[in-house]
Write a protein that binds this ligand. Structure first.
Ligand SMILES: [Zn+2]
Length: 422
């Protein structure tokens, strides 16, 4: 298709050159005065495009006609009464020059179609034009338009930045355009003080992806990047900023297994962001977490249990720990036993009585859960055990110490052990 468009450009340019040649030929005839103007037409005719390329002048030579008493002549060709024109001109009914110009104007973008499609024009385009293009046709704009807008987000004037934020908030929605959500989250992060009210409003959106993405941007701004190796410079929130309680609700909702699960451009997904956020803010999420502990969604229930255990929530931690114990029984989900083990390990001494109760009801200690629970008690109490004993008890990880295993995304989102042990 691209090649055909380029070929069409050559054809159009050829026709234009031929027309220009024809136009030049008319200069062989000398210009004459007193050519009939033709009947006058309403000025509205000038707006009809076909009139731009075709002259309605009559061009009959009136030099021989005699003026009447009023000094006017009547054209024998078209019957128009007029004062004889003194301006010298050549008859020119077809505006070949204009037709050639238009053909050349069409041929040029056809010839540069690859350049246009690649968006190489974006760096030379003013910001409002880029915004208008992104606003009107976000699904068809080349990536370079978004790249330019992202690069200019920090320096553009506040009027344009407000427009950019509105576009970005809209693109957080669930749509079929790839990677525009990442771009939008990035833009909303960089244009911080202005994007804040829009992000907070988006938490109430009816579109799941939109409210989850807005929640992720806010959580990242509040808690920082989820990975220490990601050293992007995050803008600072206004001092004494308190996020709306709705953010807690969106976070708890995000713990569930949903279709949002995208890599948000900063190496995480909504449930892992929510998981980390709620560990830091578990005390203000008691009601929501209590409901999530009994959730039908296994992922939401597992994460909520780990959150209350790791944050040592005064009211909910024991319930979370019992849930985690149940998850240690089998590896139904990927690494969930290991995840439960590590969460209980971070709960510290508070987990010991719960673990000992579980061991007591399973006296033969043969199952995966009982062995893991016993190993946990040894580790938490600091009881020295031999490698052979540890291997016998550890059925959940190929590492000798399951607490050190970090080989899945889920485990990497757990808070580092050094701080959890304090
Ligand atoms: Zn005439």
């Amino acid at each position: 298709m691209t090649r055909w468009i380029e070929h069409a450009a050559i054809v159009l340019a050829g026709i234009a050159c031929a027309l220009l040649f024809i136009w030049l030929l008319r200069f062989r005839t000398p210009a004459r005065a007193a050519l009939c103007r033709g009947p006058s037409r309403p000025w509205l005719y000038a707006f009809l495009p076909w009139n731009w390329f075709h002259s309605h002048r009559c061009d009959y030579d009136l030099s021989g006609s005699l003026p009447d008493a009023a000094g006017q002549v009547t054209c024998p060709e078209c019957g128009t009464r007029q004062v004889r024109s003194t301006r010298r001109r050549r008859p020119n009914r077809r505006r070949t020059d204009r037709i050639a110009l238009v053909l050349l104007l069409i041929a040029l973008p056809c010839w540069k179609v690859r350049w246009i499609r690649a968006g190489n024009w974006a760096p030379y385009t003013p910001t409002p034009v880029l915004l208008a293009i992104e606003h009107a046709a976000s699904s068809h704009t080349p990536g370079s338009v978004r790249e330019q807008l992202r690069a200019r987000a920090e320096t553009m004037s506040s009027v344009w930045r407000a427009w950019l934020c509105r576009i970005a908030v809209g693109e957080l929605r669930d749509d079929n355009i790839s990677s525009n959500g990442d771009w939008a989250m990035d833009v909303l992060t960089t244009s911080l003080p202005q994007s804040l009210p829009m992000l907070e409003r988006s938490l109430d959106s009816t579109d799941l992806q939109q409210r989850q993405a807005a929640g992720m941007v806010l959580m990242r701004l509040i808690d920082g990047d989820p990975h220490p190796w990601n050293d992007t410079r995050l803008p600072k929130l206004p001092p004494n900023y308190t996020p709306p309680h709705r953010l807690i609700e969106v976070a708890v909702e995000g713990l569930a297994a949903d279709r949002v699960g995208w890599d948000a451009g900063f190496f995480t997904t909504n449930y892992l962001m929510a998981f980390r956020y709620l560990i830091h803010h578990a005390d203000s999420a008691t009601g929501e977490l209590e409901i999530a502990l009994g959730s039908d969604d296994p992922q939401q229930q597992l994460f909520a249990s780990a959150i209350v255990a790791i944050s040592r929530h005064p009211a909910l931690a024991p319930r979370g720990a019992s849930n985690l114990l149940a998850h240690m029984a089998s590896d139904a989900e990927e690494a969930n036993a290991l995840f439960a083990y590590q969460a209980l390990f971070r709960m510290g001494d508070d987990a010991i009585p719960i673990l000992e109760n579980a061991i007591a009801v399973e006296p033969d200690q043969d199952g995966q859960r009982a062995r893991a629970a016993l190993l946990l008690v040894y580790r938490l109490r600091g009881t020295p055990i031999t490698d052979a004993e540890s291997r016998h008890l550890n059925r959940i990880s190929q590492y000798n110490d399951p607490a050190q295993s970090r080989d899945s995304w889920m485990l990497r989102m757990l808070p580092p052990l050094a701080t959890a042990d304090e």
